[in-house]
Design a protein. Structure first.
Length: 100
């Protein structure tokens, strides 16, 4: 009997902010669930963050990030209901904190 390996994966990100007005850093966490392809697929593109893009298949998708066209990638990044963006959390916090 062959044991099936779990392919679930979650990409996590963290932004840390500290300035001279505070002694305590602020942490903003994000995540994007998905699975890992059995082997690298697609080609690296300038806008992809690392080679993991050739393995990472976002939840609800069938292609790795590297297999997606730029339009598909941008659409996924802007509309992924499963993704929690650390950048978005930071931007919201910072804009409430500052008069921009």
């Amino acid at each position: 009997m062959t044991k099936k390996k779990k392919r679930k994966y979650e990409f996590r990100e963290c932004i840390v902010y500290l300035d001279e007005e505070s002694d305590t850093p602020q942490f903003f966490f994000g995540s994007s669930p998905g699975t890992l392809a059995k082997k690298p697929r697609g080609k690296m593109k300038q806008y992809l963050f690392s080679d993991i893009a050739r393995l990472f298949i976002p939840k609800g998708q069938t292609k790795t990030l590297a297999e997606m066209t730029r339009q598909e990638y941008d659409f996924w990044k802007a509309n992924d209901t499963y993704r929690v963006s650390a950048s978005k959390k930071f931007a919201e916090w910072y804009s409430e904190r500052r008069d921009i």
